[in-house]
Design a protein around this ligand. Structure first.
Ligand SMILES: [Zn+2]
Length: 428
């Protein structure tokens, strides 16, 4: 009888080690030099990157793959996207939302993306989206962790029934408390919404993840309120601010005070670089602001930051492929994270840093961890971001759930090699 159900040999781990990984049932049973052991199946990963799976800490699965229904966002702004989604959610059925979400989860699995935190709109009296996403969470549970955030898209205080519906959604089993303070009628209402939603989370023992200050307004102050409430209610390490794009435009003195407050409150942050770079700055002429929050500056204060995807083919964004390496690639450019250490950090932000934000159990490459991982056609983490290559094998809870062949090109050039892989060995 074989010692392992599955053995992955000679993989390059993200930290630069080369190791074998032995899997029994749904757990990593051993990691290190396992030469001489036996296994029911062996995958030779020599020279390839073996990483824990990708994690997306910010997504909208109720809206995904709906692009063009009922029309396209002509201005490209956040506000037109919200209005368009308002039209779509009237006509979408539960079955359609389930079908679109499951199709997206197939894409995600094929890209090695095995944990997703998705916001679900709670501003619809029928709560169709909530019903659909709870059904999807159950269906994908054997292979993908889907965490749901109750998200009052039209404003917790601005929409007359949002409060009651958000509480109903939480009662139905939605995992995390969300909000959108910058969309409330006034700064004062925004503050009140953050306060009330954090109190709900504290009472129910839930995590918080708010769309917070997704604006170019340098005077938006909801990040400060979110940090204050996390501190006041003892929610350190349990509250995440998504987007935080206003921080791009804020006064530098004010930010120098804000960053230590965020760190003290144990706030984490999720910028969404693909979406932030296309949606922010739309009201600017030139120069146009990038709108991405201050990633390196938060990290230098010890704040956990993960990359989020936010949208794929929906009212806000026409592109996307469920590839967290696309997100890391854009984030690396816009945040100018180009030193070797910063590029490696960009990979961690699509994997381990985001896993911390989701409080994922058993995540990582260690003995006893959940046997979920991805093997990439790249030599190391930096090369993975550069190539965004094939996911050769994706393993979820000990099972190989997706395989993709290498995408080598055949060349026909005099005196040149017959094929090319675009791998480029370099010191990590
Ligand atoms: Zn979002």
């Amino acid at each position: 009888m074989a010692e392992f159900d599955l053995l992955i040999t000679d993989g390059n781990l993200p930290d630069g080690q080369v190791a074998d990984i032995g899997i029994v049932k749904d757990r990593i049973a051993a990691i290190g030099d396992l030469s001489g052991s036996t296994a029911a199946r062996v995958i030779d990963a020599a020279g390839d990157l073996v990483s824990p799976p990708f994690v997306d800490p910010h997504f909208h699965m109720d809206a995904t793959l709906s692009y063009g229904t009922p029309r396209i966002n002509a201005s490209g702004t956040l506000l037109e996207g919200i209005a368009l989604w308002g039209e779509l959610k009237q006509i979408a059925t539960v079955d359609q939302m389930v079908e679109r979400a499951l199709a997206y989860c197939d894409w995600a699995v094929s890209q090695g993306l095995l944990a997703i935190r998705s916001h679900v709109d709670t501003c619809d009296d029928s709560l169709k989206g909530v019903e659909a996403m709870l059904q999807v969470r159950e269906t994908v549970k054997p292979y993908l962790d889907l965490q749901l955030v109750a998200f009052p898209q039209d404003g917790f205080l601005r929409d007359p029934t949002a409060k009651a519906n958000t509480l109903r959604a939480l009662d139905m089993g939605v995992d995390v408390v969300g909000g959108i303070p910058h969309f409330e009628r006034t700064m004062e209402d925004g503050r009140a919404s953050v306060r009330e939603l954090c109190e709900i989370a504290a009472e129910r023992g839930l995590l918080v993840d708010m769309h917070c200050d997704e604006t170019d307004d340098p005077l938006s102050r909801h990040v400060e309120t979110l940090a204050y409430e996390a501190q006041r209610l003892g929610l350190q390490g349990r509250v995440n601010g998504s987007h935080l794009t206003s921080m791009h435009s804020m006064d530098n003195y004010y930010v120098s005070k804000l960053l230590p407050l965020m760190a003290e409150a144990g706030l984490s942050a999720v910028p969404n670089p693909l979406i932030n770079i296309v949606i922010q700055g739309r009201h600017d002429s030139f120069p146009k602001r990038r709108g991405l929050t201050r990633v390196k500056e938060m990290q230098s204060h010890g704040i956990t930051v993960g990359w989020g995807q936010d949208c794929v083919r929906d009212p806000w964004y026409p592109l996307g492929t469920a590839d967290m390496l696309d997100v890391a690639f854009m984030g690396l450019h816009v945040a100018q994270m180009t030193s070797p250490a910063e590029m490696r950090q960009c990979f961690e932000m699509a994997t381990t840093e985001s896993a911390k934000i989701l409080h994922l159990e058993g995540y990582g490459l260690y003995e006893g961890a959940r046997a979920s991982l991805v093997i990439l056609d790249a030599g190391d983490a930096i090369e993975a971001i550069r190539l965004r290559p094939a996911r050769l094998a994706v393993i979820s809870k000990g099972r190989v759930v997706s395989e993709t062949p290498r995408a080598d090109a055949r060349l026909d050039l005099p005196g040149r090699p017959a094929g090319v892989r675009r791998r480029h060995h370099h010191a990590n």
